[in-house]
Design a protein around this ligand. Structure first.
Ligand SMILES: Cc1ncc(COP(=O)(O)O)c(C=O)c1O
Length: 395
């Protein structure tokens, strides 16, 4: 018997599977984009919880305003200014239940069935799914080494004239490719798009995970007319289990988000927000992030070395300068979904690149996560995957 509405995007279970692999006994998983649990500052989190419960327990365990706990929004407003040079008032920041909720709410805010959303191609699967669920027509725009191409955006805007309602981008150490937009392209894109009244949804999930350089300026920094909706998250710089993230938008847009958020869950978890605010007041979060990036930078080196050592030379990749993913290309015509099955049988999981293309027939790429495997697991897993890949390519 058929209980649920059946739509084709519900059949792509790659993201759910990615999380399942993480817990499968004996499996080495390069699949899910999970931060390393060893970076979670457990003792200091416990201290914060103790302080919050003993000093503000009754407020912290109540409902809070739909925008979120004001104390945390004040900190975020300061932080957006000091770290990225962008001024947002506390009423231009809404705390969300993970940035995934911010992406989903954006679909609700802007998309009617059949409206067009422009995406980088490939793009983050979770955003693709969220926007798909509002029956958006997803149009991939070509990218080059510097980001979304202006010619690509121009061509799509001409082709779908009057129908494009949203542009979704992930400009820093992108999920899945690990690539970042250049400063030039950020500036150029914002200048170009300011001629259109189309909101730009900037997903900055990995924006603070630069290995050696200072984080780049977000697109929101170059936004002169308030068309960027900036989505940041504590998941990658603190811990995802808090489910606390923030969405910044100028007032006229924020009104929509307020109504949607209120209907979705009234507000995000009050206690999680108080906990994070206390943590930020008593700890140096920038120092904490430096610890995370130095661990990930090392793990990225280990993975890149392993790929060079164990994979056939026809497999190409570019080492990222931040984030948590390495993107590999197999020779044209080779299907990473077939490799995936063989690799899982051999005890190693990854995500085939096909899942990240909303509407293109590209099958020869794959995404490997490096943040969540020890050096030993990474080496062992890559040795197996390299061997399986070599056999697969010679078939
Ligand atoms: C690019 C990107 N955006 C958003 C998210 C959602 O993260 P969260 O809801 O934990 O903030 C993820 C999760 O992996 C991601 O990779």
């Amino acid at each position: 018997m058929e209980f649920a509405k059946r739509v084709s995007w519900l059949e792509d279970t790659s993201m759910v599977e990615a999380f399942d692999h993480q817990d499968a006994p004996g499996m080495i998983s390069f699949a899910a984009g999970i931060p390393s649990a060893e970076t979670y500052p457990l003792d200091r989190i416990r201290e914060s919880f103790d302080r919050v419960i003993s000093e503000h327990g009754k407020q912290a365990l109540s409902y809070c305003s739909t925008l979120g706990y004001l104390g945390l929004r004040e900190i975020m407003s300061e932080r957006m200014k000091n770290k990225f040079g962008i001024e947002y008032g506390t009423d231009e920041i809404i705390m969300t239940s993970g940035s995934q909720q911010g992406l989903d709410m954006s679909g609700m805010a802007f998309i009617d069935p059949g409206d067009v959303v422009l995406f980088e191609s490939p793009s983050y699967l979770g955003a693709v799914s969220a926007l798909h669920s509002y029956q958006a027509s997803l149009v991939g725009v070509p990218t080059d080494e510097e980001g979304l191409t202006i010619e690509g955006v121009r061509a799509a805007l001409e082709k779908y004239s009057g129908r494009v309602r949203l542009i979704y981008v992930n400009p820093d150490f992108q999920n899945p490719t690990g690539r970042s937009w250049s400063d030039n392209r950020r500036r150029e894109f914002m200048e170009f798009i300011s001629d259109y009244d189309i909101p730009v949804l900037e997903d900055a999930a990995y924006g603070e995970l630069a290995f050696n350089e200072v984080p780049q300026k977000p697109l929101a920094y170059y936004d002169k007319k308030g068309q960027v909706i900036y989505v940041g998250t504590f998941s990658k710089i603190f811990c995802p289990g808090m489910r606390v993230a923030w969405l910044c938008a100028r007032n006229r847009i924020m009104d929509k988000y307020l109504v949607i958020k209120s209907a979705a869950d009234l507000s995000s978890s009050t206690i999680s927000q108080w906990e994070i605010a206390d943590f930020l007041r008593h700890n140096d979060i920038e120092k904490h992030i430096e610890g995370i990036t130095s661990l990930y930078s090392h793990r990225c080196d280990v993975m890149a070395e392993g790929i060079k050592k164990y994979f056939p030379p026809e497999v190409t990749f570019r080492k990222p300068a931040g984030g948590i993913f390495i993107w590999l290309s197999l020779p044209a015509g080779k299907d990473a979904r077939v490799l995936y099955k063989k690799s899982c049988d051999a005890g190693v999981a990854f995500i085939p690149g096909t899942s990240f293309y909303p509407n293109a027939d590209v099958h020869n790429e794959l995404r490997l996560n490096f943040s969540n495997t020890t050096d030993e697991e990474s080496d062992r897993g890559l040795k197996i995957l390299g061997r399986v890949t070599e056999e697969f390519l010679s078939e």
